[in-house]
Ligand binder design. Structure first.
Ligand SMILES: [Zn+2]
Ligand SMILES: [Zn+2]
Length: 498
């Protein structure tokens, strides 16, 4: 959009008007004072509160948005800021020149620079305004009983839950480092209730859509009378204003100073760890004075160091709800397994491990670092049992295969790291073939080990890393698990000391 400034207010200008400028070229965008007599549109208020939307996202005519701006109820921000000559995308924080491109823009009539990094959320260019709300915040009417969840917490969960409440009350940053299977969702319920009771707007964000889909019904059940917005690519709640939001980290790109508390689940998961724009989005979505709770089973090495040296406020839940220790991975050297596979053979100890599971009807997950090698192993193993399956990220039958594993139709599932987290099978053993591969980081190996022994009826499981040379990452993963078990004993959170 092009604007001119008249009487310290932005007025839309036409492409032929020589005085008008694309919004990014206007030095300072004036904000008109709020007109107390103006009757604002409640639907626009609900849509824009805590957001930064493009005009295309708003199902109201531009003139109506502009009138709200002129009366002080809507804000315009520049889609692209220029710091000196350097462009910066206001939505995703992109400053990398290779992620900007230009095109002949019909809206402003100029060659217009746009951000390629966040283009999946709609194009931000030099003539794009990010539209937000500047009026009163919608009032939420609270039910008499907010939380319906009646379950009990383990001692470890209770301690973490108390810390979460405190961090939300005091607007602090806090890390909950909870082992796989500790039951971290339940740890959030009391904190969410605290936030809602004090009319704070709260968001649970996660890098993975699967997690949003899984958490939504659980939170709706725990807080049945609270409106919950569930946001992911293509979700129907996109325009819903709610005191409790569950969103992928991508969806946070549409929010600006929205939340009094953000709970960031699985901070160590792809793509959050590699995409700086998502980290930027999480910061932008918070109010300047707000709480940030991080949840993970596997903090990265920098965070672990910060925890050890007292630079990061954190608590651990070192034990699972069922009070049995985490299975500690065993290391087994298996020689040059890749060479063996090229000859259509598996190392004898790997084959023995798998045969033993098939014969004793114990389900197992076997991880491989790469798809082609896994596909080589599959026909060899189908000689043992023709119903063995393999799965990977691009597999169109991925969901059905996981389902068949759950219903125990599949005795053994070969997989890439795609199943390293998020899936729970009640009674399985786990093996990694080629644990020395660089794809198996400390965090991946801890997550993989965390698939075993999850249910209280089957709290034990065998975890074996088959390798062709031990790596630092393998050692760190095992050490992390051993230390968590030790802490669980020390804090009285485990029954079984073996
Ligand atoms: Zn333009
Ligand atoms: Zn961007």
């Amino acid at each position: 959009m092009r604007f001119v400034i008249k009487n310290n207010v932005l007025i839309p200008g036409s492409n032929t008007d020589r005085d008008s400028l694309p919004i990014s070229d206007i030095p300072i965008i004036p904000q008109p004072p709020q007109n107390p007599n103006f009757q604002y549109n409640n639907d626009l208020q609900l849509l824009l509160t805590g957001k930064q939307l493009l005009l295309e996202d708003i199902p109201f005519p531009f003139q109506e948005v502009q009138t709200h701006y002129e009366n002080g109820y809507v804000t315009y921000r520049k889609g692209i800021e220029h710091y000196g000559k350097k462009p910066v995308c206001s939505r995703c924080g992109n400053m990398d020149p290779q992620y900007f491109a230009s095109y002949p823009c019909s809206r402003c009539g100029e060659t217009c620079l746009y951000c390629r990094r966040c283009i999946m959320m709609g194009r931000i260019s030099e003539c794009t305004a990010l539209i937000g709300w500047n009026g009163p915040v919608p009032d939420t009417i609270l039910p008499s009983k907010i939380k319906q969840w009646q379950g009990t917490l383990s001692k470890g969960q209770q301690e973490a839950s108390d810390h979460v409440i405190e961090a939300i009350q005091l607007n602090q940053e806090y890390l909950v480092w909870a082992v796989c299977g500790a039951g971290k969702t339940e740890v959030l319920f009391a904190g969410i209730e605290t936030a809602l009771t004090t009319k704070k707007r709260i968001c649970i964000a996660t890098p993975r859509t699967d997690v949003v889909l899984e958490l939504t019904p659980r939170l709706k059940a725990a807080f049945p009378e609270i409106k919950v917005a569930s946001l992911y690519g293509g979700s129907e709640d996109r325009h819903l204003y709610a005191p409790l939001t569950i969103a992928t980290t991508h969806q946070l790109l549409r929010f600006y100073h929205a939340f009094d508390a953000i709970i960031l689940d699985e901070v160590d998961a792809f793509p959050y760890t590699v995409e700086e724009s998502l980290q930027y989005a999480a910061v932008q979505a918070r109010k300047p004075n707000s709480a940030m709770i991080y949840l993970t089973a596997t903090p990265n090495q920098k965070w672990q160091r910060e925890c050890r040296t007292g630079k990061r406020a954190f608590t651990t839940i070192p034990a699972r709800f069922h009070r049995h220790p985490l299975p500690v991975p065993k290391f087994e050297w298996c020689g040059n397994w890749q060479k063996q596979l090229q000859k259509n053979k598996l190392p004898p100890n790997v084959l023995r491990w798998i045969t033993a599971r098939i014969q004793s009807n114990k389900q197992a997950l076997v991880f491989f670092p790469h798809i082609p090698l896994m596909e080589k192993a599959l026909p060899i193993l189908r000689h043992l049992d023709s119903t063995i399956e393999s799965v990977h990220a691009e597999d169109p039958d991925r969901k059905e295969k996981v389902q068949k594993m759950r219903s125990k139709e599949t005795p053994l599932l070969l997989t890439t790291t795609i199943l390293e987290r998020g899936v729970t099978f009640p009674n399985i053993d786990v093996a990694v073939v080629g644990a020395e591969d660089e794809i198996f980081t400390e965090s991946a190996l801890v997550q993989i080990a965390g698939r075993a022994g999850r249910s209280k009826d089957h709290p034990k499981g065998v975890v074996t890393y088959f390798h062709y040379g031990k790596t630092e990452e393998m050692l760190k993963a095992r050490k992390q698990i051993v230390l968590m078990n030790r802490e669980g004993i020390k804090r009285g959170l485990l029954d079984d000391k073996k």
